[in-house]
Structures are given as structure tokens and as C-alpha cells.
Design a binder for this molecule. Sequence first.
Ligand code: KG4
Ligand code: ZN
Length: 337
Amino acid sequence: MTILAVETSCDDTCAAVLSDESRVLSSIVSSQVALHELYGGIVPELASRRHCENIRWVVEEALTEADLGLEDIDAVCVTRGPGLVGSLLVGVAYAKSLAYARKIPLIGVNHVEGHLLSPMLTNPNLDFPFIGLVVSGGHTSLYLAKAWHDYELLGRTIDDAAGEAFDKVARMLELGFPGGPVIEKRARSGNPEAVKLPRAWLAKDSLDFSFSGLKTAVRTAIERQGGLSSDNDNATFVNDLAASFQEAVTAVLLRKTLLAAERHQVENVAFAGGVSCNGYLRQRMSNAAQAQGLNFFLAPPQFCTDNGAMIALVGQRRLAAGLYDDLSLNPSSRLPL
Ligand code: KG4
Ligand code: ZN
């Protein structure tokens, strides 16, 4: 079955086409970063308006790149949650119209399930069971993925998501939005041991995460320095703080993932979501996995951040399992996995 997927859960308008053999024929992402960076973060109302403007041409481009027409599409999948409800609504309404007009199946997909399984898009040898860390702007959750559609939540953030912490720290350091890529860049010139920052291990053996204390510690470090300035010392300070922050986040994500793998006797580990684009995190986890004899899987960066291909992959499996929806499908901003 050739699948068209639409993803509009947050600020990117995405569409993708997946072939019968689960090959990505196209994956188009229209980023709204330029719009939202003016405000230092995502403005939900602006995001949904922009999705309305973009959705049609993003889908058209996905079809053109796949060299297919709408008549070649056997089913349409769409992210139904979690996410910003106004944004989700645009994708869901669009997919419903298409399914109705073309008389093809409609499949609602959980965004987090898309992220969790996204490493499978390029790693056909990633098998269940695996430990999957979904680490993005909205989520930091650790799962035991037992089989398709069978996931156990092992731990999650009790406050900020890791990506949210990257974004907030970047704002404190006046580095712009989104924070992840720019912190990674500045951290390359910094010393990860320069600023002592806390790691929130929480209760003994807990697989939950917390990043709000770390964020506060960064704010305190800036205040102790007397605020930011424009001299060279300031650039060194920002680089060091960025590197120390990145290391603090990495240390916690790594240790808890390894603990989960050990506890559940699982050999396969996968990272997904926007923060898993981070080269430092990827390298550190790759080294740690090798040292522990684990197989470590990652998606390429274009499938780590929000994209339609991961939604198409899950949708194709749901369709094969008979798990499709009808036109009463509604978005759900807090949809659990
Ligand atoms: O998966 P995603 O595109 O959207 C959500 O579902 O949230 O993730 C976006 C998040 C942002 O918080 C962004 O700062 C973070 O991923 N991110 C990164 C990097 N690239 C994107 N965080 C750390 N390092 C990066 N290189
Ligand atoms: Zn996402």
C-alpha cells in the first residue's frame, strides 16, 4: 500500500509518501522557524494559520517528488496527537477531506509512536524489543518497545522536556530559537567541565527525568557572572556554559537509557526526536553502547525532527493490522501512547 502522511502537530508542516516496501519516496518539511523566532518560541495561533496556508502545496510537493498523483495513494495517515490542538486540527481536517474525496482509508497516528519508531525508517535491522528514548521539544520519554503498537512507558520527564530546556537555556544565553542546534555549535568551542551543573537522578533507580533544576542552575551561573556582555570573555563563558549544559543533559539521558537496557535485558537501543540530532549526544551514546555490547540505532537528522515519513511508517503498520479510523477522527492534544 502506498501511503501519504500529513504531520502538523507543532510548527512544521510535513508530508511524506511511503512505498509499499516502506521506502521513503518523499518527505517534505516546511519549517516555520523564521516566523516563530521573532517571538522566541512557538506561537500556537500563528502556527495553525501557517499550516492552513502551507498544507496544500506541501502535499503537492511530496507527491511531485515521489513522482505520483493522488490517484496512486492507497491510504492517508495523519498525526492525531499529542501536540498543539489548532495545528493538529489542520492536518486532521485535510486528511479527512482527502480520505472522503478519494474514498481511501484514513489512519490517525500518535506523534510519539512516530518518533519512537523513526530509526526503523533507515535501519531495517532494528528489531523488537528495544529501549527507545524519545527526546524532543515536547517529550522526554523512555519506552520498552515490545512489538508494533505495544510499548511500555518506563520513565518520562516530570517537568521540562530536554529540547525545551535547550530552547530555554539558549534564550537565557541570547542565542536565539530553536536552541538545540546553536547550543551544540557553541558547545564545540567550550569546556564541558567548566561550569559545575547538577544532574537530576531523582529517586534511586528512577527512570524519570527532570530538567528544571538544571535550567535554574544555568540562570544562577549567568547571574553569578554579572549577566552577559559583548566582550571576548563573554563568548568563552557562553561556550563553556553551553558545553557544560549539554554534558549535564547528555549524562542523564545516557545513564538512564543504559539502566533501562540492563534492567530489561534488551540489546537494542534507539534514540529519536529533535534532540537526537545532537552530534555530541549521538557520539557519547554510540561509544557507551559499544562499550556495553549494545546495538545503538539512530535516524538521520531529517527523520529525528518532525517529519511525515515516521507517521507514514506507523500508519502503514496500523493499516496492515486493520487499525484504521473513520471520518469521526478528532485530534487529541494529550493523546497518550
Ligand atoms: O522533534 P522536534 O522537531 O519537535 C517536537 O516534537 O518537539 O524537536 C524539536 C526540539 C527543539 O527543542 C530543538 O531545540 C531540539 O529539538 N533540537 C536539538 C538539536 N536540534 C534540534 N537539541 C539539541 N541539539 C540539537 N542539535
Ligand atoms: Zn515531534
